[in-house]
Design a protein around this ligand. Sequence first.
Ligand SMILES: [Zn+2]
Length: 250
Amino acid sequence: MWAFFSIHKIRIIIAALTGVIVFVAITIFWDQSVMFRKKTFYHANVSEKVVALTFDDGPSEKWTPLILDELKKAHIHATFFLVGKHVQQYPDIVKRIIAEGHEIGNHTMNHKVLFDLPLADAMKEVRDGEAVIERITGQTPTLFRPPKAWINSKQKKEIQKLGYTIVLWRINTKDWVTFDDKLILNYVDKKDRPGDIILFHDAGGVIKPEGGSRIETVKVIGQLAELLRKKGYRFVTVGELIKMQEAHER
Ligand SMILES: [Zn+2]
């Protein structure tokens, strides 16, 4: 038995397990977007109690309609950062998002992490996503969110030159890894501040931007609306937050 599990093999197993534990801990307890906040809009400098809900990676055939139902019931207009290839797949859901008064932003064509991509390839991801959104909706998006927040300063500059505000978040609900709507609710309850941007997803698995379950996201929207309104908050879109900050700083 011990001959089979040599010291060498045991060391490899311990190293692999440590790696997995560290990865899980980082995923659960840390938000990588803090590394990329410079020159982005992740929180509005306002005194009024307002928050913006944002939904990334959609549309999803299954989850986006359910999330739209919940937002309608709660009388909330949110901001959806759409993935171009999903827009191509589900144009009618994108049209419903707009018809129901929500705001849309560009979340690239294929949801590739931009940070390590050559500038030309990163810009192609942005422009292709924009072109699909324009074709389906007739709107040119002015809000951009980089997949997984990873973006370098050169890319930020070029994307801003196209007229985009680069939008991140201050509150990450981690709805793509959670198994309990109450965890999301308690987390937001502990962190909320006026001007917050809150990150949710209406599509996507743990690794890929497809698949996954958003049942906790669907379940939490109504509860979150009630909780934050009780605390005196009003829900606005990211675009409205930007305008409020401009007015506040004038
Ligand atoms: Zn994403």
